[in-house]
Design a protein around this ligand. Structure first.
Ligand code: CUA
Length: 328
């Protein structure tokens, strides 16, 4: 019994930290939300202790005074304890909570970084809209942001409703097909966070995770500049063979690799896929994982639209994996 209680406590405490916790904030909105959570919790605990204290007193202390006095005291307790104090406390907490809203709902200042995120079945298309023209930078299941800079997310969905949520940065917003919703956030700490889809959307809802990397502004700009460049030209023979496999098997009908003839727009842009923090949002980004993914995509992510290419001979799959991994 004691072990079970301890396990439960540890499990509850573990939920307070980590890269995907609203209680380990790394953004302005999440900090406000965490603060209001702790204030509300503290108030709830204080009220609970007060009520338990009064109940214990009533149970264990013999009744004092005559009946009229006791009746008067009981009435006072009901009026103050049951009406006045809760009204004052709850109104205070309500006003405190509502006062945070205008700031959280305010759009990012004009000229802020804009990132278009589109929910797909079941991955995230992430597009950095260029501020001075040119091609947008596109990646999948990964978002990089500069620390201390406001960012405006433009949220869209291709077919079903998803909900975009980075708990350590702020609240969640639905992605609704046919509409564009917006969310402005301000990261305040560097580090690697995790985002998720917060609305059940289908078979692979649970696999709709993404990595969020918060960097210093200079590092972020350097990264963005690198992402704008076309794909690296492979030099090793096996990588070159992998590129031929990629182009000969029609991968380019769905995927783009800028700098080659592959210009598909259905699936993720793979121009710099080897440099991403994860593959498909949750696999480590290693050649062996690329090989597994190419052969068993919809087995690893049920309902994924990418066909499984297990018919490719292992040598071709291996070369393809090396080519994709080389696209840093
Ligand atoms: Cu997308 Cu749940």
């Amino acid at each position: 019994m004691r072990a079970a209680a301890l396990t439960l406590q540890l499990a509850l405490l573990a939920g307070c930290g980590g890269p995907q916790s609203a209680l380990a904030p790394a953004g302005e909105h999440a900090e406000s939300l965490a603060r209001i959570f702790w204030w509300m919790s503290a108030a709830a605990v204080a009220i609970w202790l007060l009520v338990v204290g009064i109940s214990a007193r009533a149970m264990f202390r013999p009744a004092q005074g005559d009946e009229t006095t006791r009746l008067r005291k009981a009435k006072q307790l009901i009026v103050y304890g049951g009406m006045v104090i809760p009204s004052v406390l709850l109104t205070g907490l309500l006003v405190y909570g509502l006062a945070l809203l205008p700031r959280m709902l305010a759009p990012a200042p004009s000229g802020s970084l804009q990132v278009l995120v589109e929910g797909r079945q079941w991955w995230w298309r992430v597009r950095y809209l260029p501020q001075g023209g040119g091609d947008p930078v596109e990646l999948a299941n990964e978002i990089r942001l500069p620390k201390g800079e406001p960012v405006e997310f433009l949220l869209e969905s291709h077919d079903v409703i998803h909900s975009f949520w980075i708990p350590a940065l702020g609240g969640k917003v639905d992605m609704i097909p046919g509409r564009r919703t917006r969310l402005s956030l301000l990261p305040t700490k560097t580090g690697e966070l995790r985002g998720a889809c917060a609305e059940f959307c289908g078979a692979s809802h649970a696999f709709m995770a993404f990595v969020v990397v918060i960097q210093e502004k200079e590092d972020f700009l350097r990264w963005l500049e690198h992402q704008r460049a076309p794909a690296r030209v492979p030099d090793a023979p096996l990588e070159r063979a992998g590129r031929s496999v990629f182009l000969a098997n029609g991968c380019g009908a769905c995927h783009s690799v800028r700098g080659t003839t592959a210009d598909g727009v259905i699936g993720p842009d793979l121009t710099h896929v080897g440099g991403r923090a994860s593959l498909a949002g949750w696999l480590p980004n290693q050649p062996a994982d690329f090989e597994r993914w190419v052969a068993q995509s919809s087995r690893l992510k049920p309902g994924a639209h990418m066909p499984m290419f297990h018919m490719l001979p292992p040598s071709e799959r291996g070369a393809l994996a090396l080519f994709l991994e080389s696209l840093k």
